[in-house]
Design a protein around this ligand. Structure first.
Ligand code: GDP
Ligand code: MG
Length: 163
């Protein structure tokens, strides 16, 4: 089995956009409203001569706070069970939410390798006020824009260091 990298995070943080950016094709369905990613999607990726399988754990994401929490928890459980490395994606525009801290606690206890990634940092001026993400205790976060592709290469470098 390939080295498997799972992307987890709340609905709408940009999991499918990041997945597509990394894979380079529009395979998973991206939409403004939560609830449009229908399948857990896998793709084989090669970066700097190293291969890994990337998984968009979005799955079905119904609206509603309780269901959302359940969904994210299920993604996280799946990732802890089956991935070698977990990308924990958050949204710079929302800031660090209690739901993120909850996921971070579960991930930390799992002792799986984690990369904390803060998405939607579309321009450099947005980086101010993002220090709170260092508080998560998951190491140095990677700040990216999945939409524009900025820093996604750095993220891929960080991923293949684990292989
Ligand atoms: P998912 O629910 O976590 O899979 O999130 P999606 O990939 O479906 O993205 C949700 C919304 O966020 C879509 O409207 C995306 O275009 C938008 N989005 C994703 N990445 C970025 C980004 O880097 N910058 C901005 N501004 N929007 C983004
Ligand atoms: Mg999605």
């Amino acid at each position: 089995m390939n080295f498997t990298v799972a992307i987890v995070g709340r609905p709408n943080v940009g999991k499918s956009t990041l997945f597509n950016r990394i894979v380079g094709k529009r395979i998973s369905i991206v939409d403004d409203k939560p609830g449009v990613t229908r399948d857990r999607i896998y793709a084989l990726v090669e970066w700097k001569g190293k291969k890994f399988t990337i998984v968009d754990t979005g799955g079905i994401e119904p609206g509603g706070t309780d269901l959302m929490t359940t969904q994210v928890r299920r993604q996280v459980e799946f990732a802890i069970e089956s991935a070698n490395l977990i990308i924990f994606l958050m949204d710079s525009r929302d800031g660090l939410l209690p739901a993120d801290e909850e996921v971070a606690n579960i991930l930390r206890k799992s002792r799986k390798p984690i990369i904390a990634v803060v998405n939607k940092v579309d321009d450099y001026s947005m980086k101010t006020g993002l220090y709170e993400f260092y508080r998560l205790g998951l190491g140095e976060p990677v700040f990216i824009s999945a939409l524009h592709g900025s820093n996604v290469g750095d993220l891929l470098d960080r991923i293949v260091e684990f292989i």
